[in-house]
Design a protein around this ligand. Structure first.
Ligand code: UTP
Length: 469
């Protein structure tokens, strides 16, 4: 086909060289604005990288070999029982001092498209407060604010969006005045995207003037933090550690002082929170230790026979499930950024609608495309002295993933989990809560059990659904 009026001949040659000329098949039908947009998009692609990654699809991953050598990582338990013990108290004191000295900031990643939930807006806008109906964003922002007040500092919050979620998120947060946070302490930054390819390695057209792209995975955080100037902002503020959490988990123990303390006392470059898996097939990343290095094997990559291994007492051997809560030493992030390829791309087979050669949209029923994503947890094996801290799932992990009638991780499950957690906090300080009553505690009222103790006298009776704020 003759390509009319195209200035960037070098791009046309590159497309030809990499077998991707079909993306210009509707060129002659496009308006000039559309042409410019398409050219700009194509100029942003790294064709060498796309070709190299596509080639990896045929290569067998070494999971079998890694799984053979996978051992349980050494883990510290954070729960009500250990909370009474001296090592925990020491860690909490260390963490408290670091937080009060303004050395800890937070990254909240919210660049995913939330396809399973089927909500028409960025997932962070989803109302999840069991009594208040606060959005996921409001819950996270107030958690940061609660901690800031608890430690008498301003904890900066870096929110990662992606091109599909950026504008609406920025508008929403601005409209709600950052839920009380100082706007100077909130930085919204946008992660990158990657194109997908079909089984022949060809880019897919989403429209006649646009190649399909999707967010490059939460591993895109590192590059995006740097590109946006957020890493520099954190360095300039004297931040030394960044707490990392995902927007869909409202139970995150935001900047938990005990976690910060254990991380500091171990001189860990990256600390990960885990939960004990309830079932071998639970869909969480498996945190393991291989040749002394902590790392995560995704549930989909761990061969069944290794996932099912048990210890002498019948418990799961590889029990540590990742909940995507991490704490990074900032120096480590600065350093990792300079190491090319420190985060590899993972390949996933997905269903991606596309235009066929006649310009008709095809909605595939089975996976037709390979998407490329980076995972933030791939930094773990690169980190010195990485440690793992176990929390009870009911205390720190319940993510909103699915729409009803799914059996797990629906908004209904998550609302109940929040209410159950806050009810347990009340019981722990000696209050009495009537059965079936829904409870929600705003972190500005109390950020954890310890701070609740000063607010509500033991013996207080709560007989109706209550939102403490
Ligand atoms: P998930 O992988 O569960 O994706 O992301 P999701 O977008 O929430 O939901 P589905 O899979 O489309 O249904 C876990 C966390 O990582 C963030 C998400 O926003 C969520 O907080 N994430 C995921 C990103 O920030 N960027 C990405 O590219 C992918």
């Amino acid at each position: 086909m003759q390509i009319e009026n195209i200035e960037n001949q070098d791009l046309v040659n590159r497309l030809h060289k990499f077998g991707q000329s079909h993306v210009l098949q509707f060129w002659n039908e496009l308006e000039s604005v559309q042409k410019n947009k398409l050219i700009k998009q194509l100029e942003s692609f790294d064709f060498e990288l796309i070709e190299k990654l596509t080639g990896l699809a045929a290569i067998q991953s070494p999971w079998e070999k890694l799984a053979q050598n996978a051992e349980v990582p050494p883990a510290i338990t954070l729960d009500q029982q250990t909370a009474g013990e001296a090592p925990y108290q020491r860690a909490r004191a260390t963490g408290t001092a670091a937080l009060a000295a303004g050395k800890v900031g937070m990254i909240l990643v919210a660049g995913g498209q939330g396809t399973r939930l089927g909500f028409d807006h960025p997932k962070g806008m989803f109302p999840i407060g069991p009594v208040s109906e606060r959005s996921l964003y409001q819950m996270h922002f107030e958690q940061v604010l609660g901690r800031s007040r608890q430690f008498g500092v301003q904890i900066p919050l870096y929110v990662m969006t992606s091109p599909p979620t950026h504008d609406e998120t920025t508008q929403f947060l601005t409209d709600h005045q950052f839920f009380g946070m100082d706007p100077a302490d909130v930085k919204i930054f946008c992660q990158g995207v990657m194109p997908a390819v079909d089984k022949e390695g060809k880019l897919l057209l989403e429209t006649k003037s646009r190649v399909f792209v999707s967010p490059d995975g939460h591993g895109g955080t590192l590059e995006a933090l740097a590109r946006s100037g957020c890493l520099e902002d954190a360095n300039t503020r004297g931040i030394e550690h960044l707490f990392y959490g995902q927007v869909d988990n409202p139970l995150i123990q935001t900047c938990d002082p005990a976690l910060v303390g254990y991380h500091l006392n171990s001189d860990s470059e990256m600390t990960s929170q885990v939960v004990r898996k309830t079932d071998w097939s639970q869909k969480v990343g498996n945190v393991v230790s291989i040749n002394g290095k902590v790392q995560i094997i995704e549930y989909s990559d761990l061969p069944e026979k290794y996932a099912k291994q048990t210890t002498a007492d019948g418990a799961l051997k590889l029990w540590a499930g990742s909940i995507a809560v991490h704490l990074f030493k900032l120096e480590f992030l600065n350093h990792s950024l300079g190491q090319a390829g420190s985060l590899p791309f993972h390949l996933a087979n997905k269903k991606v609608p596309y235009l066929d050669a006649s310009g008709k949209q095809v909605k595939p029923d089975t996976p037709n495309a390979i998407k490329f994503e980076r995972f933030i947890f791939d930094l773990l094996p690169l980190a010195k002295n990485a440690i793992v801290c176990e929390v009870k799932a009911e205390d720190g992990f319940c993510a909103v993933k699915n729409a009803p009638p799914a059996k797990t991780e629906t908004p209904q499950h998550v609302k109940k989990a929040i209410s159950d957690l806050h009810t347990r906090w009340l019981l722990a300080i000696g209050a009495k809560v009537a059965p079936k009553v829904m409870i929600e505690i705003n972190p500005m009222f109390a950020a954890d059990v310890e701070s609740l103790e000063n607010k509500i006298p033991a013996g207080t009776e709560i007989s109706e659904t209550t939102y403490f704020q």
